[in-house]
Design a protein around this ligand. Structure first.
Ligand SMILES: [Zn+2]
Length: 311
């Protein structure tokens, strides 16, 4: 499995941090002494920034490189992204090649920083990539299973401790508290899904995003409009026809789309079958405020939409 990040570089030495802290201690502004304000934490995208912020608590502020509503699969980096990367000391990525845009940004930004790959230690499911001569591609969508997000939290906690050892106790306590919330979320999802008759636990999605979610909560994946792990791929007339046959054969009640996905093909399929199109899931991004302001809210919102469409 090729790792997206080939090197983990600790840029800022602890000594440098101490020098900064001592510098401010000697200045008249003594209120800022214990604030590690020189640590700039950046996550690739909004749900990762939220997860990391829960671990960082009030010690550090975690920014998101991508804005709300951006689709990481199709993301085109802006020149301002180079500056954001250049200013970061700690960069948090999902990994499994989700951040296809990051290599060139890192090259252009130069400098050094600690990079945390949140999925480190997890084994991605593999899928054949038809657009790429049948090569196997790893499925990056692990955040849609809260149990796997526990590993995200552990990796983020360890990275924060590495750049800010003084905050270690707080990061450990915050991580434990958030892991407890993730376990509660998992239990809640199981309860919700149990209200769907077993034979109706069928998922049709725009692209192949729901694999880990389906695996954990006992859904069958009937198919995807774009039979790819990325939205940045196409579909053929033959694939569309096959999916329509699958939907008719299984009686799948609905097609679920993420907010950033184009509903045109889904609506075409709905014209030929009895499915309804639910285009209000948030799979790849949080929203600025309700209904998916946090990772927890995003998951609860999606599950509520899925349950009400399939029940
Ligand atoms: Zn996706």
């Amino acid at each position: 499995m090729k790792k997206i990040i080939n090197s983990i570089i600790v840029m800022m030495t602890i000594a440098a941090l101490f020098l900064t802290a001592c510098g401010s201690a000697l200045s008249s502004d003594s209120a800022a002494v214990t604030e590690p304000a020189s640590i700039n934490v950046l996550a690739s995208t909004s749900f990762l920034a939220d997860i990391a912020q829960n671990v960082a608590g009030d010690h550090l502020t975690v920014a998101s490189l991508l804005p709300f509503g951006a689709d990481p699969h199709a993301y085109q980096a802006a020149p301002s992204d180079v500056a954001k990367i250049a200013e970061s000391n700690l960069l948090i990525l999902n990994g499994v090649e989700y951040e296809h845009f990051i290599e060139s940004l890192l090259e252009n930004a130069g400098g050094e920083r600690l990079i945390i790959t949140a999925t480190d230690g997890l084994t991605p499911n593999q899928m054949e990539d038809e657009e790429n001569a049948g090569q196997m591609t790893g499925d990056p969508h692990m955040w849609l299973d809260p149990n796997r997000v526990i590993t995200y939290v552990e990796n983020i906690r360890d990275g924060l401790i590495e750049v800010d050892p003084d905050g270690a106790e707080a990061y450990k306590a915050n991580a434990d508290a958030y892991i407890a919330q993730l376990k509660d979320l998992d239990k809640w999802i199981v309860e919700q899904v149990n209200t769907i008759p077993a034979e109706r636990r069928l998922l049709v999605t725009n692209h192949e995003a729901a694999g880990y979610f389906a695996e954990r909560y006992g859904f069958e994946i009937v198919g995807a409009i774009i039979p790819s792990l990325s939205t940045d791929a196409g579909t053929s007339a033959k694939e569309m026809a096959a999916l329509i046959e699958q939907i008719k054969a299984t009686g799948a009640p609905a097609i679920f789309l993420g907010e950033v996905e184009n509903p045109d093909l889904a609506n075409q399929i709905a014209d030929e079958t009895d499915v309804k199109v639910v285009d209000t899931l948030y799979l790849e991004s949080l929203t600025d405020g309700s209904p998916a302001a946090t990772y927890m809210d995003m998951m609860k919102h999606n599950v509520t939409q899925i349950v009400s469409a399939l029940k």
